[in-house]
Design a protein around this ligand. Structure first.
Ligand code: GLP
Length: 247
């Protein structure tokens, strides 16, 4: 397949002659070199963008992506994720306000039950197509005036301006089925598969966000870089005995 030839050529180029930030050859040059259509070239580039090898920068072109770091990938905001894929992120706010923390939210955010938390309910779009329905909770006491100017278009950009951008966190991902409301918002049929992604994010040792989202699984691929741990993981029960006998 021609597309594979173009993809493999670009992949090899990105791994040899070019380094992060370098532009890749233009679509026209690639079409001529391989005798293929623009669509074929785009398909090859798309595959490498999804793999994190290339990145599209709006209005500037396609470049070799910087090496991905697991933590950064996992902690990317919706806006960053879509931008990395060459798409434009937008949002429709379905609800926003200050509510009293329910026990599960309080525990996730390390606040007392009943403390004020900011709740956001948002429909997220990529290139005007609905991609995900998200509920997010943030500790109101740590974010004074957060909603004063309306809901920020990117929560993480707002957190960044406060010096509170999350620096670590954890996501859990479950397979699920869209409920009636989600299906309507995502313009998919009820019961269609979604990815349920829950995030707890921290700034230093303080929990800054708890979020739960349903992503259309027909439009969203999770990209999880993996590497061999160094040193290798040892099962807990195989740790060498503590020489002091204090364990
Ligand atoms: C992702 C995360 C959410 C987070 C959001 C922030 O979608 N799963 O937990 O709230 O990014 O995105 P943005 O900064 O675009 O609002």
């Amino acid at each position: 397949m021609k597309y594979l030839q173009v993809r493999d050529y670009l992949r090899a180029l990105a791994g040899s002659e070019l380094t992060a930030g370098d532009p890749v050859p233009s679509e026209r040059a690639l079409c001529e070199r391989f005798g293929v259509s623009r669509m074929t070239v785009r398909q090859a580039v798309d595959a490498l963008v999804v793999d994190g090898i290339l990145e599209r920068v709006q209005g500037r072109g396609t470049f070799v992506a910087p090496p991905k770091v697991d933590l950064q990938v996992r902690l990317a905001s919706f806006t960053e994720e879509m931008t990395r894929r060459g798409m434009t992120a937008s949002v429709k706010v379905l609800g926003a306000g200050i509510v009293e923390a329910e026990p599960d939210i309080a525990e996730a955010l390390q606040v007392a039950v009943g403390d004020d938390v900011i709740h956001l309910h948002r429909l997220r779009f990529a290139d005007d197509e609905p991609m995900a329905v998200e509920h997010s909770w943030l500790p109101a006491l740590r974010l004074p005036g957060f909603l004063d100017g309306g809901v920020p278009s990117s929560v993480y950009v707002d957190l960044g301006t406060r010096g509170l951008v999350p620096d670590w966190g954890e996501d859990t991902i479950d397979a699920g089925e869209a409920d009636h409301d989600e299906a309507e918002l995502l313009t998919i049929g009820p019961g269609k598969p979604v990815l349920r992604i829950t995030r707890r994010a921290f700034t230093g040792d303080q929990a800054i966000e708890y979020a739960s989202a349903a992503y259309r699984s027909d439009r969203y691929t999770l990209w999880v870089p993996v590497s061999r741990p160094n040193p290798p993981v040892v099962p807990r029960n195989q740790h060498p005995p503590d020489p002091q006998g204090t364990a």
